[in-house]
Design a protein around this ligand. Structure first.
Ligand SMILES: Cc1ncc(COP(=O)(O)O)c(C=O)c1O
Length: 386
């Protein structure tokens, strides 16, 4: 089925207007988990930066696009993430397609979770490294693939690609974007240390949502590079790499999407700066706690209706239907009844696992969730058994 674009206007984190639909809908489709994409502090600071610096930083960072404010913002991010240094990047997609080819090349090997985000796979493909995919969240499979690879490359020593001089990189999402489940980061870190591999974690969907200060799931000592986005829980745009000073310097010299692209613009940086400070406040610690509690309750209730919700532990609750056409019809049924929850189909998810991806945010109420539960129950009868 061909995909097409449709206009959606946000009314609040809770509600939106969908092109072609008369009444406002409950929005269960955005990644605005903390509901801060229209927070006054983010708007004010974005406008403040535009007033001070204009609408563009006008050049790439290595040319003349590095404003001292970028460097201060990177220090703020490093402090929040608990890393030695941080680097700002244009977007999450740009980060993964620039940082990974900087870390790994033709003689190296990347071990990647099968359900990693498309941008991580694109980064791995661009790197030219051997791309070995292990079963989702299966550290035994990863350990086995690691051992086999190491045995083979000893045999091949001196024989060309992937020789013993090649480096190894393990890459995983921390929260899987279409399933809402969580990687065993400590286990990955242990395996990486034992196998002398670098560890790269994509913390996009946990940034803002997890951690005492909303800093995400990957702890500083866990991974060599923790990248994350400001486009989801942080209500803004852009991305970061949290790493050592040495690696930051290396990326400044080797990461193509950093070197050859214009610096993140003032409006975006202003919103990011406000969001990083906002999510560290006690108010947002409480908001995170409430959101995660509500999400856990909702996932249990959806499962109790007989739906497969996988192993979610986050505000992303997949309702796995399987058949793509039925999933699209179910999504339409929800929309006709005032709930926007998009159908996610292959190739975004594996064939046979099409799903409704419900993402909760801090402004959803228990009444909103009860309405969705009622619709899932009635839809099961009207759409799935029809
Ligand atoms: C896990 C993950 N990484 C990276 C990205 C890309 O981030 P951005 O939207 O900032 O380009 C996404 C976005 O969907 C994502 O889910």
């Amino acid at each position: 089925m061909k995909r097409s674009l449709r206009g959606v206007c946000s009314i609040s984190a809770r509600e939106c207007r969908v092109e072609g639909v008369d009444s406002p809908c409950l929005d269960f489709s955005s990644n605005n988990y903390l509901g801060i994409a229209d927070h006054p502090k983010l708007k004010e600071e974005a406008i403040g930066w535009i007033r001070r610096f204009g609408t563009s930083f006008k050049a790439s960072r290595l040319v003349s696009g590095t404003n001292p404010a970028h460097l201060e913002l990177e220090e703020l991010i490093a402090d929040w993430k608990g890393s030695e240094a941080a680097l700002l990047l244009g977007s999450g997609y740009m980060a993964n397609t620039g940082l990974i080819p900087a870390l790994a090349g033709r003689k190296d090997a990347i071990f990647a979770d099968k359900l990693n985000h498309a941008s991580l796979n694109a980064g791995a493909a661009l790197s030219g490294a051997k791309h070995i995919r292990y079963r989702h969240n299966d550290l035994c499979d990863l350990r086995g693939k690691f051992a086999t690879f190491n045995e083979n490359r000893l045999v091949k020593k001196g024989g060309g690609d992937y020789g013993s001089e090649g480096g190894l990189v393990i890459i995983s999402d921390s929260v899987f974007s279409m399933d809402g489940d969580i990687a065993d980061i400590a286990g990955l870190a242990e395996l990486a240390a034992a196998g002398n591999a670098a560890l790269y974690i994509d913390d996009a969907h946990s940034t803002g949502v997890f951690g005492e200060k909303g800093e995400g799931l990957a702890k500083p000592g866990d991974a060599d590079v923790v990248m994350g986005t400001f486009s989801k829980g942080m209500g803004a745009y852009g991305a970061y790499a949290a790493c050592s000073k040495t690696l930051r310097d290396y990326f400044v010299n080797k990461c193509g999407s950093f070197i050859y692209s214009t610096a993140p613009p003032p409006g975006v940086c202003g919103a990011v700066s406000a969001a990083v400070r906002l999510v560290q406040t006690p108010e947002f610690r409480e908001i995170r706690g409430r959101l995660l509690e509500l999400a856990a309750w909702f996932a249990r209730e959806v499962a109790a209706l007989g739906f497969d919700t996988g192993k979610t532990g986050t505000p992303i609750v997949p309702v796995i239907i399987g058949d793509a056409a039925k999933t699209v019809r179910f999504s339409r049924y929800l929309l006709d009844n005032g709930v926007l929850a998009v159908a996610i189909r292959p190739p975004t998810v594996p064939v046979g696992s099409a799903r409704l991806r419900l993402s909760l945010n801090a402004e959803h109420t228990k009444e909103d969730l009860s309405k969705v539960l009622e619709l899932l129950e009635s839809g099961a009868e009207k759409v799935l058994s029809a």
